[in-house]
Design a protein around this ligand. Structure first.
Ligand code: NDP
Ligand code: BG6
Length: 463
């Protein structure tokens, strides 16, 4: 049965960071496109009134997207209203019920609140009968390890069945991540080499040049593995390595990604290097003796016929020199050409897939260096997709729009969540100190050697 479009959006935690940085700007974009036609009810404990909410929304849009168009913002502002209350007080949910009125059954309840509050709100909605036919959207992190993810799922599923439970992983909303599927399967040139016969190794880098900033209290109990590896980077890994979906429905894509995650070998300590940037322990909200990693590099393996024996290297960190999300696929060397000069070492072909900050690809190929004799030289073939194809939508624009229309395509499943926790479980909360690194460097030296003597392939920032 096709999902019903949402009659109302109820955004719990509208006063918070996520709502400000990502959800409200996404709603503005949807309003601009003419894709919103429901009231937006913000819920939070702060003593705010309508004016505070509208001011907050304007600031949110200005910070993320620049000065809003007056008529678009005014339409958005007209949809907004505010319900104040504590989540352990049934009167709060009574007020929510009054506000959504007859739209209650087709409402989308979006939980932009800290994870310990997810189950509390879900249960309170159910007590008011607001869980019948409505959808519940929950943000990451979904649990903090495998067993807590299972427990949270059990709890939420008491009130919302799987088909009405939407688990956000906003990397699934990034068009540049989805493009991996098109690039791999719509190009015979690449589709045929995407396996153990032709690929030497795969490296995935998600670097951020920002520090933890004012999120110390959130980040310290979490760390890099939980914050971005278990969720975002494993989804990218799944797109990079999965088989082609066996149908056009969203479930087929989801099934293949999950099948790939099932084949990823559980990590062990010896394949992981954790780092912490100098100065992290002085951040407000961070413990003075914190052992939380702000950097991690890992060697991974995929136990299936396509990837047997091919190492996958994944790294991420805060305070690195660049902000970039890039995968580099290194192809096996071609047999040596007898004509080439003896000392001319030939670099491998590299396929660089850049997903952020702007999507594009660069292929490192070999060409004859001008001059006498035969010498091979690496030359890049590059394309920037935005320059060539035009702008893409924001990840949250797609996530929110799908939640409203009921499409599950950009959400993750409980099985994918559990598989991802299974992979990282043995390397969570390791008691040893992470290796320190200087802000502005590529992380600890030990991590440099993880992919072997040559180290990490340089990420390519100027396509
Ligand atoms: P915040 O800490 O900003 O909290 C959001 C709102 O929740 C606050 O404004 C506050 O509103 C309310 N809140 C805070 N603590 C409690 C509490 N103990 N009980 C009830 N309500 C509380 O969080 P974020 O907005 O950063 O994150 C919200 C969710 O989104 C989290 O699950 C987070 O992991 C996820 N997320 C966040 C991202 C980000 O960039 N911020 C990115 C991706 C996911 P009030 O006091 O007014 O009720
Ligand atoms: C969030 C993490 O989920 O993703 C942040 O909590 C991280 O620490 C962010 O910075 C990265 O998302 P994006 O879309 O800005 O690359």
């Amino acid at each position: 049965m096709p999902a019903r479009p949402a009659g109302a959006l109820v955004l719990f935690g509208i006063t918070g960071d996520l709502a400000k940085k990502l959800v409200l700007p996404a709603l503005y974009r949807l309003e601009e496109r003419g894709d919103l036609d429901q009231p937006i009810i913000g819920v939070a404990r702060s003593d705010w009134h309508q004016d505070d909410l509208v001011r907050h929304a304007r600031e949110a849009v200005e910070d993320a997207l620049g000065k809003p168009k007056a008529e678009v913002f005014s339409r958005l502002a007209d949809r907004l209203s505010y319900v104040q209350g504590e989540y352990d007080d049934s009167r709060t949910f009574d007020r929510v019920k009054q506000r959504v009125g007859p739209r209650a059954s087709s409402a989308v309840y979006y939980l932009a609140v800290p994870p310990p509050v997810f189950a509390v709100v879900a249960e309170a909605l159910a007590r008011e009968g607001l869980n019948k036919q409505s959808r519940l959207v929950v943000e990451k992190p979904f649990g903090h390890d495998l067993s807590s993810a299972k427990a949270l799922d059990q709890k939420l599923r008491q009130f919302f069945p799987e088909e009405r439970l939407f688990r956000v992983d906003h990397f699934l909303g990034k068009e540049s991540v989805e493009d991996l599927l098109v690039f791999r399967f719509a190009n015979g040139l690449f589709e045929q080499v995407w396996n153990r016969d032709h690929v030497q190794s795969v490296q995935l880098t998600f670097a951020e040049n920002l520090d933890v900033a004012d999120r110390g209290g959130f980040y310290d109990p979490v760390g890099a593995i939980r914050d971005v590896v278990q969720n975002h980077l494993f989804q990218v890994l799944a797109y990079l390595a999965m088989d082609s979906p066996s149908g056009s429905d969203p479930e087929a894509e989801q099934r293949e990604r999950t099948r790939l995650l099932r084949a990823v070998r559980t990590l062990s300590k010896r394949n992981v290097v954790r780092g912490q940037y100098d100065g992290y322990r002085k951040v407000e909200g961070v413990k003075a003796n914190s052992t939380t990693e702000t950097y991690v590099a890992m060697r991974m393996a995929i136990d299936n016929a396509r990837w047997e024996g091919v190492p996958f290297y994944v790294r991420t960190g805060k305070c690195l020199p660049e902000t970039i999300l890039q995968a580099v696929v290194e192809l096996k060397p071609a047999p040596r050409l007898p004509q080439l000069e003896r000392h001319n070492s030939v670099a491998p072909n590299l396929i660089r897939l850049r997903m952020q900050p702007s999507a594009g690809i660069t292929l490192d190929i070999q060409a004859k260096e001008p001059g006498p004799g035969y010498r091979a030289k690496t030359v890049p073939l590059s394309v920037d997709f935005e320059r060539t194809l035009g702008p893409t939508q924001l990840a949250y624009e797609r996530v929110v729009s799908d939640a409203l229309s009921g499409s599950r395509i950009h959400f993750t499943s409980q099985e994918a969540v559990e598989q991802s926790w299974r992979i990282v479980d043995p390397v969570l909360d390791l008691p040893d100190l992470p290796v320190s690194y200087k802000p502005g460097t590529w992380g600890p030296e030990q991590a440099e050697r993880l992919p072997g003597r040559e180290g990490w392939i340089r990420v390519d920032t100027d396509i």
